[in-house]
Design a protein around this ligand. Structure first.
Ligand code: NAD
Ligand code: UGA
Length: 397
């Protein structure tokens, strides 16, 4: 199959492109305005890379769509600080420009796999009714759960609204024009090549990079509104494995379906995430010269600006992915954090100011004991009381 991967230079795109190249089943055209995360793959001549801004030339975008069998659309502004600082740009790119791609797929009868977001679920029903969502762990299901957004003045929701509207348009094109779409709602993927560290580039990346920056450079760990809200983290390799199954689409089971991709059992509050990252760093990566960051609480408005509001809790229901494509994620939270932190430590140690720089010579990555992680034989129970089958395995760093 000829696949056009839009946004291939981003975090998910680069990891997905590499996996598809490794599998060797498809012919890949990768498109993005950035290439750094894909440099090795491009240098090895393993893919056709097109440096192209999807806003720049509609005719070229249409020709490219017509020339491929399936279009995977990852292009978006996907960073909450941008939803607050540049809401119109977020709407224009994430809805208006992405709509053009969808309409080219309708016109040329191409399959589209559209990346949406778990943020379309908005806040929990508990929160909306003034209840404490920590006492109401209700998973979000693709085809049943209502989508509840905050008020218009909290313009953070423009990202979720743009993505939700695009989902609704794809659904309508499916009904009226027979568009073959699959929508993916990722729930907080992390892993190698997620964002830059804020000490090394201006901007306000996603939470993992902020906390990693604090551990390597000593900036404070800032818990927005005390870090009481929850996220459920999925390792990028697990996520990519599910995406590849959706691309393969055996028996057409993914046609006109929406999929959550997430790991309900990896749910933590952001405060717990900070504590776990500190503990993992101390256990496996700390060097004598490394700073001990202080942990402080800041308001959402102070951290992001006016118009920020948070998702309180988002637990994915992944029954559909299990049933239709036989997928479940394999990495528990300790493993996800260890692997992602290892990548960052190895990449950034040499850039630390002296004496941290000398630490690179002393840095030895310790393999965690298998007993440290919950990937082992037998059954365990998630926080909702569901019995989970877990495979035997050892986490290799
Ligand atoms: P990312 O920012 O790393 O990737 C987006 C890519 O789009 C970037 O490489 C960027 O250069 C590219 N891009 C932006 N504007 C472009 C333009 N005009 N023309 C061409 N390319 C352009 O984000 P990501 O984390 O890889 O997310 C990919 C998709 O998945 C996005 O649609 C995002 O909304 C969605 N998503 C991701 C997560 C997650 O956990 N990472 C969660 C929910 C939704
Ligand atoms: C994330 C991604 O940023 C989006 O790209 C994606 O679309 C979305 O998830 C999704 O999965 O659908 P979010 O989880 O809100 O959005 O963004 P993060 O920056 O990772 O923040 C997670 C939590 O940490 C939020 O509660 C935020 O307020 C908090 N935070 C962030 C801190 O407490 N401290 C920080 O330094 C940064």
């Amino acid at each position: 199959m000829k696949i056009l991967l839009l946004g291939a230079g981003g975090f998910i795109g680069a990891n997905l492109t590499e996996r598809l190249v490794k599998d060797g089943q498809h012919e890949i055209t990768a498109l993005d305005i950035e290439r750094a995360k894909l440099d090795e793959t491009v240098k090895n001549g393993e893919i056709r890379f097109i440096h192209f801004d999807i806003r720049a030339n509609e005719k070229k975008l249409e020709r490219l769509t017509a020339d491929h069998d399936a279009i995977i659309d990852l292009v978006a502004m996907a960073n909450p600080s941008l939803y607050v600082s540049n809401p119109i740009d977020v709407f224009k790119l994430n809805f208006t420009e992405n709509l053009k791609i969808a309409e080219f797929c309708v016109k040329h009868r191409k399959r589209i796999i559209q990346f949406s977001t778990c943020e379309v679920y908005g806040v929990t029903a508990a929160r909306a009714f003034g209840k404490d969502s920590s006492k109401h762990p209700v998973p979000f299901a693709e085809d049943d759960t209502p989508l509840i957004m905050g008020p218009v003045k909290s313009h953070r929701w423009i990202y979720a609204c743009a993505k939700q509207l695009l989902e609704r348009v794809l659904h309508a094109y499916g009904l009226e024009e027979g568009l073959n779409y699959t929508i993916i709602r990722p729930f907080n993927f992390i892993g190698p090549r997620i964002d830059y560290l804020p000490s090394e580039q201006t901007g306000n990346p996603r939470v993992f990079s902020h906390f990693m920056n604090a551990l390597l450079y000593g900036t404070p760990i800032k818990l927005v509104d005390g870090g009481v809200n929850y996220r459920a983290y999925t390792y990028i390799d697990d996520a990519v494995d599910c995406i590849v199954r959706i691309i393969d689409n055996r028996g057409g089971v993914c046609d006109r379906q929406i999929f959550n991709i997430g790991t309900p059992e990896n749910e933590v509050t952001i405060k717990e995430l900070a504590n776990k990252m500190c503990a993992t760093f101390d256990k496996y990566f700390r060097q004598p010269a490394d700073p001990y960051p202080e942990i402080v609480s800041v308001s959402g408005e102070e951290f992001y600006g006016k118009g920020y509001e948070d998702c309180d809790r988002r637990i994915p229901d992944v029954t559909k992915a299990r049933k239709l494509v036989g997928w479940r994620s394999e990495h528990d939270l300790d493993s996800v954090l260890f692997r992602t932190m290892k990548y960052f430590v190895e990449k950034h140690r040499t850039k630390q100011p002296s004496p941290g720089r000398d630490a690179v010579a002393r840095y030895i990555s310790r393999e965690p004991e298998s007993a440290d992680f919950a990937i082992c034989d037998g059954q365990r129970t998630d926080h909702l009381g569901n019995r989970l089958n877990v495979r035997k395995g050892r986490c290799r760093g």
